[in-house]
Design a protein around this ligand. Structure first.
Ligand SMILES: Nc1ncnc2c1ncn2[C@@H]1O[C@H](COP(=O)(O)OP(=O)(O)OP(=O)(O)O)[C@@H](O)[C@H]1O
Ligand SMILES: [Mg+2]
Length: 405
């Protein structure tokens, strides 16, 4: 299949909507041609709660990216998050019955089909079935079994499902702006593409994208995805704690958090109070601000750790914890992470794209950049997932509607 030259990603976040348009060269290299960022409306904890507001924010963000790049967006890779997402590891097995016992691409399809035949209730949809590794006649650790001989082919998969209605709401917002969906990608998988190295994924690593409404987690081991999870707590809750704790309007609390907030404060070098007055007339203390932020960030990091089996951290994830998402900008978060987890902790910033990248060199854009990288890598295999959500049907309906317009 000939590689398409233009890719678009739309990260529908709780805080901001980011549309990124990029050119992809034959080697898979990505050059960003335009970025459009708008504040989110109509979203809460990663979910659409007001379709018309969300649609308008998306439209605005797409328009900005189109103006910046001079390209027209027709379709895009879109991130999915929210508490409704769940995942499990599953197995599939098929017999190779042909005379030559040669594993062919068709057998891969069959075994994956078998692994995804988990009982999915009618209110849930499969989002991803990711092969983690194959075994041929019991020989494990096979990454690509095509061309090998054997009687039996096993696959281990990571299966991710999502609530039909939540996905439908998101799809409706995107398609309502006239844009088709190339692929729906679980957000922590996208962020991992942007900020994790192959070595980290091989030895074992936890990625946590601490955004505005959700903390998106992905654990990798032996080069494959091992666990994914979405926690409904992130930067919004930190700001709300500051607003309630210090008696400030939400917007002021957000500014204070970003400008002065730290989870490892250095008290000697800062004035005792910062130049803001609370609603009941008191000066806001730097120590109180940092204590409130630290308490919530500590809780989030402990919740991330709870996603791992107890006491196996060093053996499961020797490469440690990689923090990304806008809240990973909090001063001191690496040091606090190390103290709590006793693992190595770093902040992951997307770097593997070219072009207008200055704006994207911030952990808040890990998902946007990751969606582009995911798109460039999975271009050929995504079509079937989109069909699952009825893209073909939708296109037909849109065309008929246009005929009557
Ligand atoms: N310098 C900073 N210090 C502290 N927090 C910050 C800073 N910059 C951004 N944030 C926080 O990051 C959050 C937004 O992050 P991000 O843009 O990754 O979220 P999102 O993708 O819109 O939301 P989500 O992925 O949760 O749906 C906000 O809560 C914001 O307050
Ligand atoms: Mg996000």
């Amino acid at each position: 299949m000939k590689r398409r030259t233009i890719l678009t990603s739309i990260d529908v976040g709780t805080t901001k909507i980011c549309t990124t348009i990029a050119e992809v060269n034959d080697g898979g290299g990505i050059r960003v041609a335009g970025v459009g960022v708008t504040p989110s409306e109509g979203l809460h904890k990663g979910l659409v709660v007001n379709i018309s507001d969300a649609k308008e924010s998306i439209r605005e963000s797409v328009k900005k990216a189109e103006q910046a790049s001079n390209y027209k967006v027709e379709s895009a890779y879109v991130g999915v998050t929210g508490r409704h997402v769940s995942s499990l590891n599953n197995r599939g097995v098929v017999a190779i019955t042909r005379n030559d016992r040669l594993v062919r691409p068709d057998d891969l399809r069959r075994v994956l089909q078998c692994a995804q035949s988990v009982k999915t209730p009618s209110d849930r949809r499969l989002l991803h079935v990711i092969p983690r590794g194959y075994a041929v006649d019991g020989q494990v650790g096979v990454k690509n079994p095509v061309g090998m001989h054997g009687f039996r082919l096993d696959v281990e998969t990571h299966v991710i499902t999502a609530a039909v209605t939540s996905v439908q709401n998101l799809v409706k917002c995107i398609r309502g702006t006239g844009i088709d969906i190339d692929g729906l990608v679980l957000e922590p998988l996208a962020s991992s593409e942007a900020v994790l190295t192959d070595d980290e994924k091989q030895v074992g690593v936890v990625l946590a994208d601490i955004g505005g409404g959700t903390t998106d987690i992905a654990v990798f081991k032996d080069g494959s995805i091992w666990h994914t999870s979405i926690l409904p707590v992130a930067g919004y809750q930190i700001t709300r704690d500051v607003a309630i704790g210090l008696g400030l309007p939400f917007d002021v609390a957000e500014q204070m958090k970003k400008r002065y907030g730290s989870v490892m404060p250095v008290y000697e070098s800062k004035a005792e109070t910062i130049g803001t007055i609370s609603q009941d007339g008191h000066g806001v203390s730097y120590q109180d601000l940092c204590d409130i932020i630290r308490a919530r960030v500590e809780e989030i990091i402990r919740l991330i750790l709870l996603e791992l089996p107890r006491s196996e951290y060093e053996t499961l994830v020797p490469a440690g914890l990689v923090l990304t998402g806008g809240s990973a900008n909090l001063s001191g978060i690496e040091a606090l992470g190390c103290d709590i987890t006793q693992l190595s902790v770093r902040v992951g910033v997307p770097t593997s794209v070219h072009g207008i990248t200055d704006a994207l060199r911030d952990p808040a854009y890990a998902t946007s950049v990751g969606l582009l990288l995911w798109g460039a890598r999975h271009e050929d295999t995504q079509a079937w997932q989109t069909r699952r959500f009825g893209a073909g049907l939708w296109r037909l309906v849109s065309r008929i509607k246009n005929l009557f317009r």
